[in-house]
Design a protein around this ligand. Structure first.
Ligand SMILES: [Zn+2]
Length: 295
């Protein structure tokens, strides 16, 4: 097994160096304090938020494997030294939910659509029933819920459909910080296979209106000065607006969906990770939503 892991590590490194696969999530990562009591664990370009209180830790997104979840739990134990009490899960996608298995002792919270869509995903992938149960949230909510832990008010909010139809964000008003999971991509093109671009824009406007200074992305680097994350949020919103506007122009001139796919390019974003893989999907999802044919 160790020999095998070593070979995989080398292969993974080669793949990452070649820039081929953005989807690979390394098993190891780094834990960084953003402000006192708030941390981000990053495995490659994937981020998980961590809120430390005197009564225990809240984790936002478990990430994509038991291995990464275990490494993260070890880093939390070594650096923060408080038990993990709550896991809040935002997206059901495997890269954020496979690690849920490592949270058997925690309260697991997700939006009701998160639970439905994670269950559907696991059934399609014929995951064993026992593993399905272990990954599902034990508590669901519809619009919002609030945790009171160690003197902190921790708000879990669903801002409508965005990256999926079951996203959550986690806002700590007294520390003016909000964890956005996959609502925010930094230095990457948006991933919108299950996303709703028009609602996503509204959700980002609601995020911008929060009394917050720090916006933690689910994907990409966190700047040295965490207050610069507001610029990341604005840049990403602009990208989504540019995506929408280009597709809207095609619809206005009478293009079919396939014609829009053939002609829409966003040259300003073509160098971003994920652009080639997601360009067509972005056109199709926006086209369908703008023409009222997306369920
Ligand atoms: Zn996702």
């Amino acid at each position: 097994m160790p020999k095998c892991t070593g070979v995989l590590q080398v292969l993974l490194t080669l793949v990452l160096l070649a820039g081929v696969s953005a989807a690979q999530q390394p098993a190891g990562g780094t834990l960084r304090q953003i402000i006192p009591g708030h941390y981000v664990y990053s495995a490659g370009t994937f981020n998980s938020g961590i809120i430390a209180t005197s009564e225990g830790v809240v984790v936002v997104d478990a990430l994509g494997s038991e291995a990464v979840a275990r490494a993260k739990r070890q880093a939390i134990a070594a650096t923060i030294g408080q038990p993990v009490r709550v896991l809040v899960s935002s997206t059901h996608h495997n890269q954020y939910s496979k690690g849920n298995l490592l949270y058997a002792g925690a309260l697991k919270i997700g939006h009701e659509n998160y639970r439905t869509d994670l269950l559907g995903l696991m059934q399609r992938e014929t995951i064993p029933a026992e593993e399905q149960l272990a990954r599902l949230p034990t508590v669901t909510f519809r619009d919002r819920m609030t945790l009171h832990l160690g003197g902190k008010e921790i708000r879990i909010l669903h801002l409508g459909r965005a990256h999926t139809r079951g996203d959550s964000i986690v806002f700590v008003p007294q520390d003016r910080i909000v964890y956005l999971s996959e609502l925010l991509f930094v230095n990457q093109f948006l991933f919108i296979n299950d996303g709703y671009g028009l609602d996503w824009l509204k959700a980002l406007d609601a995020v911008e209106a929060l009394d917050a200074d720090i916006f933690i992305a689910g994907h990409g680097p966190i700047p040295a000065d965490p207050r610069q994350t507001r610029q990341d949020l604005r840049r990403f919103r602009q990208m989504l607006a540019d995506v929408r506007d280009a597709v809207q122009r095609e619809i206005a001139r009478g293009a079919t969906e396939d014609q829009a796919v053939a002609s829409v390019r966003w040259s300003q974003y073509e160098k971003l990770q994920g652009y080639e893989a997601q360009r067509e999907t972005a056109v199709r999802r926006l086209y369908r939503q703008l023409t009222g044919t997306l369920p």
